[in-house]
Design a protein around this ligand. Structure first.
Ligand code: AMP
Length: 125
């Protein structure tokens, strides 16, 4: 069920609970800016989520309210995760869903990394 990418941050969302260690994840990377873990319902042989540590609902408030250090540090972390997973030679796709039309389901900003096979056209036709 898509969620709004706007509005107040809900501390009870599933990624907030993962960040607090209340529920487990299959972690692949962590630094001061980001946590990366395997998606529970993978859509490709490699499907990893990278989330910032701060309370941001979507790309909208992340880019409006986070500091340049948080934004820059987070996107550097996305690149580090892909590099650490050895994805650069074959290539990969990153994607961030926002709000209803973007079909965002979890109201904590996250970037998907897909890889491990040719990923086809950018959007379903
Ligand atoms: P989005 O539609 O961009 O909000 O994507 C949310 C993603 O979170 C989906 O791909 C889900 O499979 C994934 N997801 C939901 N709950 C968990 C969880 N507990 N651990 C890992 N991935 C999850």
């Amino acid at each position: 069920m898509p969620v709004s990418g706007l509005g107040p941050y809900d501390d009870a969302n599933i990624f907030a609970r993962i960040l607090r260690g209340e529920i487990p994840c299959k972690q692949v990377y962590e630094d001061e800016h980001a946590l990366a873990f395997h998606d529970i319902n993978p859509q490709a042989p490699v499907h990893v989520l990278v989330i910032p540590k701060g309370p941001y609902v979507s790309l909208a408030d992340f880019t409006a309210d986070a500091t340049p250090e948080e934004v820059g540090g987070f996107f550097q972390s996305v690149g580090k995760v892909a590099r650490a997973l050895g994805l650069e030679e074959q290539g990969y796709r990153i994607l961030a869903n926002m709000g209803g039309h973007g079909h965002q389901e979890v109201p904590h900003f996250h970037v998907h990394i897909f890889a491990g096979r040719p990923l086809g056209p950018m959007l379903a036709r």
